[in-house]
Design a protein around this ligand. Structure first.
Ligand code: FES
Length: 285
């Protein structure tokens, strides 16, 4: 970025004050901020001063804003020289800011630059009739309608050398001009072969509420699916619990029949003092 300085002394006016028309607006801006914070209004005030002074800020306007906001001159000068939206030198009645960033370049900004150079001259040079000056700037946020320029407060988009020349002719002659796209587009819709938003139902009111219904149906579907998952999980859990119970040793033990002594299976106690039959036989031998 180049160094930004105030215009040469011979271009500086002797005085500046907000006009009767602008003063109430200025006071409203200042009143928006709490007492002691009026400096917050510095950018709107500088912007209004620039508009009042043919779109450029002389030293006296910067000082006038500083006085109104009770700020040191240097603080306001810092703001004015920092932001490129403030012009520090005179500009043409129609000040053209031409976007030279990549999307605009790829879409023909170079040809628009040539028109400016041919009709107006070098950047920052004002035409003899005072009508035009131009400056190449960075992206102005209208890339989908590239190439484009800003002239004073308005955007002019979808430019070609032909429609741009016509635009400059009309401005110079004081004819009404159309802002925005210059190729017949309404905004930034596809230039041809429209493939989106082509359903007439979208624009006849019949779609109102359709999305709400659609969302409601989707919600119900999703809740049904969730409930099915929960039910399936419950069934699987119950089956697993049953299986575990069936195979657990403790369960087998607990469910095994308890042996009860009966007349036939009762074990007879061994009598210690009576020899077994083997011992008895041996004794006989
Ligand atoms: S690149 Fe030109 S407007 Fe964004």
């Amino acid at each position: 970025m180049s160094v930004r300085r105030l215009a040469a002394e011979n271009l500086q006016p002797a005085t500046f004050a907000f006009s009767k028309d602008n003063l109430p607006w200025v006071e409203t801006q200042i009143a928006k901020y709490p007492v002691g914070r009026q400096a917050s209004a510095v950018i709107p005030l500088l912007w209004q001063a620039q508009k009042q002074n043919a779109y450029w800020l002389p030293r006296v306007a910067i000082e006038h804003v500083a006085d109104l906001l009770n700020m040191p001159y240097m603080r306001v000068l810092e703001v004015a020289t920092f932001y490129t939206m403030f012009n520090l030198e005179p500009v043409g009645k129609y000040f053209i800011q031409l976007c030279g960033t990549t999307p605009c370049r790829l879409r023909g900004a170079g040809d628009i630059v040539k028109v400016c150079e041919t009709r107006i001259g070098a950047q920052n040079q004002i035409t003899a009739d005072g009508n035009f000056s131009w400056l190449e700037v960075e992206c102005l946020g209208a890339c989908c309608n590239a190439p484009m320029v800003q002239i004073n407060d308005d955007y002019y988009e979808d430019l070609t050398p032909e429609n741009f020349n016509m635009l400059l002719d009309n401005l110079a002659e004081g004819n009404p001009v159309k802002t925005g796209p210059q190729n017949g587009r309404k905004s930034s819709e596809p230039e041809n072969d429209v493939k989106t938003l082509s359903d007439g139902n979208l624009f006849d009111g019949s779609a109102i509420g359709a999305w709400k219904k659609n969302f409601e149906e989707r919600r119900q579907k999703s809740e049904g699916a969730k409930a099915a998952i929960v039910a399936a999980a419950n069934i699987a859990g119950a089956a697993a619990a049953k299986q575990t119970q069936a195979t657990s040793p403790s369960a087998q033990v607990s469910r095994a029949p308890v042996a009860t002594p009966t007349a036939t299976n009762q074990v007879k106690p061994v009598e210690a003092d009576k020899p077994s039959s083997l011992n008895g036989d041996a004794g006989k031998k």
